[in-house]
Design a protein around this ligand. Structure first.
Ligand SMILES: *Cc1c(COP(=O)(O)O)cnc(C)c1O
Length: 223
């Protein structure tokens, strides 16, 4: 099936309030352009260098989302153009994003990554960590970032009950934090769900799904 057919199939299944991030990591620009021509304008990458290269080659009305783990010393390479950083999992990173955004005189939207998976390998903070950040004075002074929601990665499993539990947990945490409103924090986005589980994630409250292989096909990491 073609990329545009896959894309249209998925879009037709998503409720209107759910944003589709087309996860294009490892895929060539020609594949991304096929999605672009079919109308897709939001792309997700997990490596900063790769995202920068694609940004430079592609039309400028694309929203680039950084969905991977972010090293602080690399924020500067994407600060001029990144639209949303999904994986913010510590306060030092938030401060660095603020600093780099200031240099470009812009505000960078961020999601705090919450650990919902049972695996040790997944990054993320606890609900309590997030609450402490929101309540700290240092946070309210960050004028060049805006936290617009939360992101979570479920355990790599086929067990629907476990996935449901983890997705519901993120929605519950979101609801418990939603009331917090400062100039640089207004929670409206829940980023969860990938190719295998986005429908379940939407049923559990996701407002932003990150779908890669169901659009672009399997990834080949050997080249
Ligand atoms: C790769 C990736 C996805 C997309 O995975 P698919 O299973 O190909 O849809 C979503 N989120 C993150 C953080 C990823 O790294």
């Amino acid at each position: 099936m073609s990329i545009s057919t896959n894309l249209n199939n998925i879009k037709s299944q998503l409720p209107e309030h759910v944003t589709l991030v087309a996860v294009s990591k490892t895929k060539p620009v020609s594949d991304l352009m096929e999605a672009y021509t079919a109308g897709q304008r939001i792309f997700g990458e997990n490596k900063i260098q790769e995202m920068v290269e694609k940004y430079e080659l592609m039309p400028k009305d694309i929203e680039w989302h950084m969905i991977g783990h972010v090293q602080r010393n690399k924020v500067k390479y994407m600060a001029s153009f990144v639209a949303l950083i999904h994986g913010v999992d510590n306060f030092k990173l938030l401060k660095e994003i603020n600093k780099q955004a200031l240099k470009h005189n812009r505000v960078i939207n961020c999601l705090l990554q919450i650990k919902i998976a049972s695996e040790d390998s997944k990054f993320g903070m606890t609900a309590q960590n997030a609450k402490e950040i929101f309540n700290s004075e240092e946070f309210t002074e960050l004028k060049n970032i805006k936290v617009i929601g939360l992101m979570g990665m479920a355990t790599f499993t086929d067990n629907e009950n476990q996935l449901k539990k983890e997705f519901n947990l993120l929605t519950q945490i979101f609801n418990s934090l939603k009331g917090i409103s400062t100039k640089n924090c207004e929670l409206e986005t829940i980023s969860m769900g990938m190719s295998g589980d986005y429908k379940l994630a939407v049923d559990c409250g996701s407002t932003m799904v990150r779908v890669g292989s169901s659009i672009f096909g399997m990834r080949n990491y050997s080249n």
